[in-house]
Ligand binder design. Structure first.
Ligand SMILES: Nc1ncnc2c1ncn2[C@@H]1O[C@H](COP(=O)(O)OP(=O)(O)OP(=O)(O)O)[C@@H](O)[C@H]1O
Ligand SMILES: [Mg+2]
Length: 349
């Protein structure tokens, strides 16, 4: 990875993260956990993309198809950073702010000066045609973008005012505070439902005693709207659940580390209408506890679940940018830009 300030954009305010020029990876490792989850999970871009929050603690590298079947019982052995038992959501909800984000893959610029505030306790929907950079933007919001060797970026991402790309900030903390749920549900299929839920703790440095874990699993599954359906089969494999249940299991897995922000990249696009409705209801409940950002191609879904909407567009040959953003109702009923009107009314995209 190259640094944008030096090679691409002299005017960039901030260019992060510091990159080891030899390895092409961030030049500092987070304490106690691999900073590159591609070392322990299938490659980026695989059907089940990895993420710190959703990665399993593994001692040996994994390749696609070689998924773990069981977790270490003691997730406290690794990283004594945060105690689940003491983590309550009594603190104020978090605001995530992107400032002047530009992004490249190699020399291909895919995002241009994107600025957006994702308000505390609200659902922000990102909409726009395929290829306009929504997923890239989402991955920048929790430092996944830097896992792609050719990727670079400019700009700042502030979580409650602190830049997650600041030299003093740990990659692992960004992933723990800002969780991700992907389009295709990606639980560890052979791992039990219970172990799937706790699997994110170790890699993200969250401490949980054995006695904490039972309560954590119940709370996370309840918040994800899955507890009642699985409480009698927690030791059965996650792969035995339906697609919609697997997606809620992945939400529970992300919630287990008590993120401040939950990023969801088309979380319902592979699901039936009933499962979609359950997840949308779950989101509405969750936003009381966590700030949510969702990418969706479903205009009805954006209107149902979000309070704020940003419309991304990449005109032919140009990088993606936000055309306009604002209150969801206004964006759909009286957008300021004609292109937004055309898009939300299905005239293109
Ligand atoms: N790993 C990668 N390497 C090179 N180019 C990439 C990579 N990932 C995305 N791109 C390019 O970046 C641009 C934005 O892609 P991105 O996936 O962010 O779009 P999107 O808005 O999420 O699209 P969709 O709605 O189809 O998911 C596209 O031109 C895409 O080809
Ligand atoms: Mg996408």
């Amino acid at each position: 990875m190259t640094t944008t300030r030096e090679t691409m954009n002299d005017d960039a305010d901030v260019v992060r993260p510091p990159i080891d020029s030899v390895s092409g990876r961030p030049d500092r490792a987070p304490d106690g956990a691999p900073d590159d989850v591609t070392e322990v999970l299938p490659a980026v871009g695989a059907l089940a993309p990895p993420l710190g929050l959703t990665a399993a603690p593994m001692s040996a590298p994994l390749v696609p198809g070689e998924l773990p079947t069981a977790m270490s019982d003691d997730v406290t052995e690794c990283l004594p950073h945060t105690s689940v038992a003491t983590a309550s959501r009594s603190e104020p909800l978090s605001v995530l702010e992107a400032r002047g984000i530009s992004a490249w893959f190699g020399s291909h610029k895919v995002l241009e000066e994107v600025s957006l505030t994702m308000q505390a306790g609200k659902v922000t929907a990102l909409i726009g045609p395929s290829g306009c950079g929504k997923s890239t933007f989402l991955r920048i919001l929790n430092r996944m973008h830097e896992l792609v060797p050719s990727a670079s970026l400019a700009g700042e991402v502030l979580l409650d005012g602190d830049d997650i790309y600041d030299r003093d900030k740990k990659l692992q903390d960004a992933r723990r505070h800002i969780g991700m749920v992907f389009q295709k549900p990606n639980p560890f299929p052979a791992m039990s439902i219970y172990d799937n839920v706790v699997s994110g703790l170790k890699l993200t440095g969250v401490r949980a005693s054995r006695s904490d874990k039972d309560g954590l699993v119940e709370r996370s599954l309840t918040a994800a709207g899955l507890w009642k359906e699985v409480k009698d089969r927690l030791k059965q494999p996650g792969g035995g659940l339906s697609g919609g249940q697997q997606q809620r299991l992945c939400i529970a897995r992300s919630l287990a580390v008590r993120p401040k922000v939950l990023l969801m990249d088309e979380p319902c696009s592979a699901l039936d209408p009933t499962s979609t409705r359950v997840i949308e209801e779950t989101m509405t409940e969750l936003q009381k506890e966590v700030t949510i950002v969702i990418v969706t191609h479903n205009m009805q879904q954006a209107q149902r679940v979000s309070q704020h909407t940003a419309f991304f567009l990449a005109s032919l040959g140009t990088p993606g940018a936000i055309v306009e953003h604002g209150d969801t109702d206004a964006m759909f009923s009286e957008p300021q830009d004609e292109r937004t009107w055309d898009y939300v009314n299905g005239r293109f995209g």
